[in-house]
Design a protein around this ligand. Structure first.
Ligand code: COA
Length: 166
């Protein structure tokens, strides 16, 4: 199940921020403060913070942004209609059980439920080979390599036509 994150999740998200797998996956931004206490209550049109739950237990975090409208313009001057997703599980003991795949499918359905959305983007670090496999198995296609600040990333894309609701 995927639910909106709330201020009550701040403490848990801070614990997850400090886990090695999140630090490894978030590159140069690792350790930078997400300022959860201030950001979680902020209701903006260009971003969603979500928590994945299994049997009522929070297992993972997701951010979905409108890549064009996002306030820092992380993705640069991109077309309208693009969403970008970040995902991590909190506990490495939960890896490989299908939680990440299930959360991504729910998030993709959420993105493509908006008929103006044409595609979803992901920017895993070049070094994160496991995540590449994860996204490719979901149907994302690698479309390029891009530096985001100091981070050397691959860009993956899933067009609406490539998305299968199944
Ligand atoms: C990526 C991630 C969300 C996948 O969730 P999951 O529940 O483990 O994934 P699933 O069980 O649905 O699918 C398993 C696949 O996840 C990927 N995966 C597993 N461990 C991973 C890890 N430590 N880091 C990245 N991807 C991983 C692999 O591709 C794995 O497939 P495999 O069996 O071929 O090895 C989760 O592993 C994670 O939080 N990893 C660390 C943070 C991260 O890399 N996030 C992505 C940043 S772009």
């Amino acid at each position: 199940m995927l639910r909106k994150a709330s201020a009550a999740d701040a403490a848990l998200l801070r614990i997850w921020d400090k886990t090695q797998h999140v630090i490894d996956a978030t590159g140069a931004d690792a350790g930078s403060d997400w300022n959860w206490e201030a950001e979680l209550p902020r209701d903006v049109t260009w971003r969603e913070f979500l928590v994945g739950e299994v049997a009522g237990r929070a297992v993972g975090f997701m951010q979905i942004i409108d890549a064009r409208e996002e306030e820092t313009h992380y993705w640069g001057d991109v077309d309208p209609g693009l969403r970008a997703i970040d995902i991590w599980l909190g506990d490495a003991a939960d890896f490989g059980k299908g939680y990440g795949c299930a959360m991504m499918r729910l998030a993709l359905a959420r993105c493509f439920a908006d008929s103006s959305v044409t595609a979803v983007l992901i920017d895993p670090l070049v070094s994160n080979a496991k995540a590449h496999r994860f996204y490719e198995r979901l149907g994302f296609r690698r479309t390029g390599r891009q530096m985001f600040g100091e981070d050397d990333c691959f860009v993956y894309r899933m067009a609406r036509s490539e998305w299968t609701a199944g």
